[in-house]
Design a binder for this molecule. Structure first.
Ligand code: NAD
Ligand code: TYD
Length: 355
């Protein structure tokens, strides 16, 4: 048996593949386009691993994916590949439409034809797992209950709209063609190998470099945070025992304002890597213009994962964020490697002089 993972050189896909190879002998084929967000450095620990095969390619390339499916006959396809950064989707939605919608459509079509050719027993056992986000549900007010699987999709950013569209395609390919699909909607992840354009790694990297810590608007937007390895464990559980056609909300029961996050990071860095001048990293915080259409609050009700599949997060925010800061302190080479010219161009575009 083999699984095919797409986007496995990115943050969550990379963590997933590393974990997978640590807990099972089942081979994994890893298809990734290596956009700015894909980093082979993340997969360096697997260089000699016989169960891991990396393939450079696009989920939208039907010939390439068809060849892979024919050659490796996976029992499951896990679709992590996506353009994933909201701010980039605001500056240029085109890539999001192309990969998240058109790419997923092409992947589904290639998988459909492969799936048809399987024996009836293998067709029944096959799974297509779509890794999605809580952002498809839109924004909550402070008193609203957390998102459940029955919440309406009300995406507000080009990123979340493109993910919503791809989730709808996945759903339709199940209802119309019978492909056994599973969809997970997860909250904000954090942990090792997180590209430093997202809130938590950006703040750590900027703090250590003596740069400003740019908080959008009033910093009172709320996100639910989940340690990435808990997400990987949840995905393995859904793959193992999820009901085809069902969706599963995954979250950390850990709502925080952005300002709380930045203060926590500064306090951890003050303790673990005090500044030579004795000042707190908090002094580097600045408030910058808000993100257009900025969703105010996301919150996940993960009871279904707990009741139906027996999954709960193992890390608290306090344990997970400490591990994360320690990882960034111990892995400056990884950070340096991903800070290419393209990364610097993005920082200048988004933050101007404040970057
Ligand atoms: P990421 O941007 O770090 O990684 C995406 C990966 O996909 C990269 O390695 C990139 O090279 C690859 N990729 C992009 N376009 C591709 C294409 N056309 N073909 C093949 N590979 C391609 O993203 P991430 O944070 O790891 O997110 C992974 C998935 O999880 C995404 O689908 C995202 O929507 C979802 N998700 C992310 C979060 C989060 O907090 N990061 C939360 C919930 C859900
Ligand atoms: P981000 O990590 O981009 O994830 P998402 O937008 O998918 O939730 O951002 C998390 C929150 O942090 C979001 O409310 C925007 C905010 N933010 C800042 O305040 N400053 C920053 O420099 C970044 C990147 C994000």
């Amino acid at each position: 048996m083999t699984i095919l993972v797409t986007g496995g050189a990115g943050f969550i896909g990379g963590n997933f593949v590393l974990d997978w190879c640590g807990v099972t002998d089942e081979p994994v084929v890893n298809l990734d386009k290596l956009t700015y967000a894909g980093n082979l450095e993340t997969l360096a620990p697997l260089r000699e691993h016989p169960g891991h095969t990396f393939v450079h390619g696009d989920i939208g390339d039907r010939n390439r994916v068809e060849q892979l499916l024919t050659r490796y006959t996976p029992r499951a396809v896990l679709n992590f590949a996506a353009e994933s950064h909201v701010d980039r989707s605001i500056h240029g939605p085109g890539d999001f439409i192309q990969t998240n919608i058109v790419g997923t459509y092409n992947l589904l079509e290639t998988v459909r034809s492969y799936w048809h050719g399987l024996s009836s027993a293998n067709r029944k056992e096959f799974r297509f797992l779509q890794i999605s986000t809580d952002e498809v549900y839109g924004s909550l007010s402070p008193s609203d209950p957390a998102f459940t699987e029955t919440n309406r999709y009300e995406p507000n950013s080009p990123y979340s709209a493109s993910k919503a569209a791809s989730d709808h395609l996945v759903r339709a390919w199940h209802h119309t063609y019978g492909i056994p699909v599973l969809t997970t909607n997860c909250s904000n992840n954090y942990g090792p190998y997180h590209f430093p354009e997202k809130l938590i790694p950006l703040m750590i990297v900027n703090a250590l470099a003596g740069k400003t810590l740019p908080v959008y608007g009033d910093g009172m937007q709320v996100r639910d945070w989940l340690y990435v390895k808990d997400h990987c464990r949840a995905i393995r559980r859904v793959l193992e025992a999820g009901e085809p056609g069902e969706t599963y909300n995954i979250g950390g029961w850990s709502e925080k304002t952005n300002l709380e996050i930045v203060h926590t990071l500064c306090a951890l860095l003050d303790a673990l890597r005090p500044k030579p001048d004795g000042c707190s990293y908090k002094r580097q915080i600045i408030f910058v213009a808000d993100r257009p259409g900025h969703d105010r609050r996301y919150a996940i009700n993960a009871r279904k994962m707990e009741h139906a599949l027996g999954w709960k997060p193992m890390e608290t925010f306090e344990t997970g964020i400490r591990k994360t800061v320690q990882w960034y302190l111990s892995n400056p080479e990884w950070v340096q490697n991903v800070q290419s010219g393209a990364y610097r161009a993005w920082v200048t575009k988004q933050y101007g002089d404040a970057g």
